[in-house]
Ligand binder design. Sequence first.
Ligand SMILES: [Zn+2]
Ligand SMILES: [Zn+2]
Length: 257
Amino acid sequence: MRFCSLGSGSTGNAWLVESGATRVLVDCGIGPERLGARLLRAGVEPSSIAAILVTHEHDDHVGGAAAFARRHSIPVHATYGTLQGAGSALAGVERLLELAPSGSLSIGDLEVLPVAVPHDAREPVQYVLGDGHVRLGVMTDLGSITPHVVSSFSGLDALVLEANHDEDMLRQGPYPRFLKERVGGRYGHLSNAVAARLLSAVANDRLQHVVAAHLSLKNNTEALARQAFAAALGCSESWIAVASDEGLDWREVVSAR
Ligand SMILES: [Zn+2]
Ligand SMILES: [Zn+2]
């Protein structure tokens, strides 16, 4: 299995996950031009993508999905609440498939497990994707840690985890008060410190990649996110990868068997 980011953060999110002959996009919040250039960079033919899995209806996750799905005739999977919440953002998509927020789904060589998370959207989920050998968790856009999140994201081989903000930078930063409260709230986004706690709770010996993602451009730095994650794992800061608004190159998740 391998994965890469085509962009991460409030300017637009999209992850490519591939195993065998199957490729899927997790979220598609990037406009057509930028998305096209980044797929080219990743060496991926758009029509080779089997499905778009949407996590929730916020524009940075769904904004580019309809145009891309229509153009290349790709099915879009999302929960009932996300489909309702997205409304016209998913207009004209031929195959809109309602996803149960529990229970897994097979797409080619990939097994996809949606995981319900606390975030201020209608019915948000994040995803664990497996191929029978290794499992990758993609977890951004959640405001707090739940037992369900911890158990679902335990025992993984690779983890993408939101490190949205540094709590002091958010407090002292330029956002208006309502936005500070939203972002820092229990249905907002994970701070470095809370994400590090979650990372400690799900860490295991099999982890080959840990990627800090969805960093705020105003309220965080890559160095602070790396520092928090490295401290949680007791590893060197350089081992922690960061997906920026530019994305992240392919990472290989190797099967031990
Ligand atoms: Zn987001
Ligand atoms: Zn969101």
